[in-house]
Structures are given as C-alpha cells and as structure tokens.
Design a binder for this molecule. Structure first.
Ligand code: GRF
Length: 201
C-alpha cells in the first residue's frame, strides 16, 4: 500500500494537530477515482516554531516526532522560512498542514511547499489572529471556519472548504469559541481528504 506523508506545523496549544493525528494518522483511505487503490496516511513529523508550545507535550503523548525550530534563532524572516522549508522537505510530505501556526510565510516557503491552513472565520472576513473575537462582536449573523491553501498573504490563499454556524443570541464568547473549535475538528480532516482526493476506505 502506498504511504502518503504529512507534516503538521503548530505554534501553541496544538488541539487541531492532535485531532488530525487521531483521525488520520496510520489510517487507511481509498482513492476517490480508483476506490480499490488504498493509501496509508502518516504524520511523519510535527514542527513548531515555539519551544514552549503545549503541542510539544501532545506530540510526546501521541508518539509523534516533534521538531522545534524557533524563529527567534534567525535574524531574517526569509532565513527562517528557508530553513523551515528545507526541514519540511526532508520528510517528503505530499501536504504540509498548518494547524495554529502563527507566522506568515514568505515565498521562500510557499513557492516550494504545498501547504494548507485552517482559520476560524468565514474568510475573507476577519483575517488575522483575533478572528473569533472579531466575528463574535461583529454584526454578522454567522460565524464559521475556512480551510485554504497557503500563499504569502495572511489568510489569503484559495478556499478549499468553508462551513458556517449561526450565532446564538446571548451566547458567551467562550461558548461561541468552543463551537468554532468543534467545527474546526470536523472540517479539517474532511478538507485534507478532499485535497488528497481520498475518502474513507
Ligand atoms: C485555531 O482556532 C486555528 O483555526 C487557528 O489557531 C487556532 C489553533 O488552535 N489558526 P490549536 O493550537 O489547534 O488548539
């Protein structure tokens, strides 16, 4: 059976990374076009730019290799992106998955790596680090989650999958946030299978 390697990048908590490992790692999937053809997905490694990220502990518990490459060890953004790109390529991933990776990547990375990202809003609305709060306090009727290809613009690449949730009157920010995260856990694995043209075996 053919193996498909995946690399996951994160910067902090790592709950999306953990969810993806549970749902995809070491699991068999079938090709959408040739259902008899089966593939084994392997999270070959995770990489974090933050030596204090809680996700490192999660990797230890999951038995997934985690590499730490701090952006603070580089003078220029492009140098970090270049080294990160080289490190990712050592694992020969078919897809690089950003899951709470809090850095904008330049073309030193995006030109060479096929990467996707998850963002907790209905892009192009509410790009950036405060998407959940901005969406919660906005006049919008719906919030939501987007999975998109990564390019050198913040939350800017082509949308792969997007799903919305209705805002509930008087719901607290933390309850709204929890519903957004649950939606993330549902749609990120689906979006990855869509990109890889795979389905449940
Ligand atoms: C998620 O909300 C994701 O959409 C955003 O950063 C957050 C990461 O959370 N890009 P976690 O580290 O996966 O728990």
């Amino acid at each position: 059976m053919e193996i498909i390697n995946l690399v996951i990048l994160f910067s902090g908590n790592g709950s999306n990374m953990e969810n993806l490992v549970h749902k995809l790692h070491d699991k068999e999937f079938a090709s959408l076009s040739f259902p008899d053809k089966k593939y084994l997905l392997q999270v070959s490694a995770c990489i974090t730019n933050n030596p204090l990220a809680y996700g490192i502990k999660r990797c230890e518990n999951l038995g997934i290799k985690c590499e730490i490459m701090s952006h603070k060890d580089f003078n220029k953004r492009e140098d970090f992106d270049n080294s990160l790109c080289k490190l990712v390529l050592t694992y020969q991933p078919k897809l690089c998955i950003l899951a709470g990776f809090m850095r904008i990547l330049s073309d030193k990375f995006t030109s060479y790596i096929n990467a996707i990202n998850i963002h907790p809003s209905l892009l192009p609305k509410f790009k950036g680090a405060n998407a959940i709060e901005e969406s919660y306090y906005s006049q919008e009727i719906n919030g939501g989650v987007s999975v998109h290809y990564v390019n050198e613009f913040l939350d800017g690449g082509e949308i792969i999958l997007q799903e919305s949730i209705k805002k509930i009157k008087n719901e607290s920010l933390s309850d709204f946030e929890e519903r957004i995260h649950h939606l993330e856990y549902e749609i990120y694995p689906k979006a990855i299978l869509k990109v890889l043209k795979l389905k449940e075996a």
